[in-house]
Write a new protein. Structure first.
Length: 317
């Protein structure tokens, strides 16, 4: 419905005073494991899964995959819907398939999912229609990739985005104003040494994403607070992952209901309260990622933090 496109142009709509604010100082909603909604139950299990999961699947076949899908599909919205809803940061894991004659590249999360090329094109189509919106593509895990796979991916980025990609510069120089003037709309972060040789790949360390690795909402919030306090000396972008990690025992207990009901919804009120009380700005949050971005006004809550910045409630240095 109309609601889905409510935040399709939220960057374009930001108050003029924020157009020259570094993007490192704005609050930007992102999705964790952004491509898992495409998980394909018929595809083999991803190479990064532990032995036990691989055995589980070889014994139980499709049933196991259907159950796994419930736990692994952290996003229910496809690309275009996430963008229309306001998501501007994507957490991307790339994989090859074993013995694949086509050397195709896939977005991976537990089970193989969409072809990378199609996903990149879907994002590009949105950006062409919304010329003032800017996305962060964070390629942070690579599975089964040789040098030529990386070369293929870099070429694919070139072919798809061309001048839309912003070359790596000092993070604090990246403002909406700057990007709009240069007609750049994509910042690609690439967590591999390959990044050094390519002007439009930003090194992974400029997008740190400390991970709490806990099932406990209180511990998660303490961790998020502490990591923000340490954050800003680095002059980089920064991710707060409002993400709880299921323990194996939780998975078994909740396997029928899935991750969403078992973990996320129970912990949601405390996690949302934390997001609501954050500040954007130099000593505050930047990119905030969550698992079920459509729940609990997550996206609008993050975007709203920027409006407090405009009213001068925060340090504007």
């Amino acid at each position: 419905g109309k609601n889905e496109l409510l935040f399709a142009d939220w960057m374009a709509a930001l108050p003029g005073s924020l157009h020259s604010t570094p993007l490192t100082n704005l609050a930007i909603p992102g999705s964790h494991d952004s491509f898992s909604f495409y998980i394909d139950e018929a595809s083999p299990v991803g190479p990064e899964q532990p032995e036990t999961v691989q055995n589980f699947v070889s014994v139980f076949g499709t049933v196991a995959k259907k159950l796994m899908r419930k736990w692994l599909a952290t996003q229910t919205m496809n690309f275009t819907s996430q963008l229309g809803a306001g998501i501007r940061y994507f957490d991307l894991r790339i994989s090859t398939k074993p013995r694949d004659p086509d050397n195709e590249l896939y977005f991976a999360h537990g089970l193989f999912s969409a072809k990378v090329k199609e996903g990149l094109e879907e994002i590009n189509a949105f950006l062409t229609e919304h010329p003032k919106e800017v996305v962060f593509l964070d390629f942070n895990h690579f599975y089964g990739m040789q040098k030529y796979h990386h070369e293929k991916l870099v070429q694919m980025l070139k072919d798809t985005y061309g001048n839309k990609m912003c070359p790596a510069i000092f993070a604090h120089e990246v403002t909406l104003q700057y990007l709009w003037e240069k007609e750049h709309q994509v910042l690609v972060f690439y967590h591999s040494p390959v990044a050094v040789e390519v002007a439009f790949l930003w090194p992974g360390q400029m997008m740190p994403a400390p991970w709490a690795n806990t099932t406990d909402p209180e511990k998660l919030i303490q961790f998020l607070q502490a990591s923000i306090t340490e954050r800003r000396k680095k002059g980089s972008f920064f991710i707060s992952q409002v993400v709880l990690t299921p323990k194996a025992s939780t998975v078994v207990k909740g396997v029928a209901s899935g991750l969403r009901e078992t973990i996320t919804e129970r912990a949601l009120p405390a996690m949302m309260e934390w997001v609501r009380t954050q500040k954007a700005g130099e000593s505050g949050v930047n990119i905030i990622t969550a698992d079920f971005v459509e729940l609990g006004d997550f996206i609008s809550t993050v975007i709203k933090l920027n409006y407090a910045l405009d009213e001068g409630e925060d340090d504007t240095t």
